[in-house]
Design a protein around this ligand. Sequence first.
Ligand SMILES: [Zn+2]
Length: 231
Amino acid sequence: MSRASALLSLQQIDDRIATLIADIASAEAALRGDPELDRLRAAEAAAQEEHRTRGSGAKLAELEAASLQARMRELDRRLYSGTVRNPAELMEMQREVDVLRAKLSTAEDEALELMVQVDGALERLRSASAAVATREAQRNDAMDPLRARLATLTAERDVLDAERDALRAETDPADLSLYARIAAHRRPAVTGLAGDFCAGCHMPVSNEERRAVRTGSGLTQCANCDRILAP
Ligand SMILES: [Zn+2]
């Protein structure tokens, strides 16, 4: 294997390892927790709170209506009991009954409207709970395959780590540092020829350099982009 080909192999292994590290990190994160499930649980808790608040509001409105009704009944009873005979007093009581009736009607409407809102909140709570249950079931189903995937990825990374160590051990340290220096700012650092051009920057490569890439034992770099040219 030429020196450039060795660096090209090393680059392929490095790239694959970088991908594996990212995949392993995301598999580990998925095993640790599920942000979507957290979001759905928070939404469920909020729906629960909304249902509770609206429920107590509706309860209060019902109590208010019931108390107005009781006062009105009491007044009605006195009005028709015959114990009050003074016309002015009777008129005043009748007026009070009318006021109470109007208040009661408003209070009943409000209580009804609040009950409708409680029903809506209950509907939202049920759908939020269903979304949590669905997501939890999906997550439970995904756990085993996810663990298996993590094991596969980790095993592949271990094999490639060993391959990379072996390849680096048999590569000239000066070649390794040249590769590292170029890879730090250009990816890929090692590239091939595309006809008469550098496959990295698409600028022409001279005849002499192309011959050196194909036959030479040394490393040839693109005069334009600095990349190492591999046959
Ligand atoms: Zn180039």
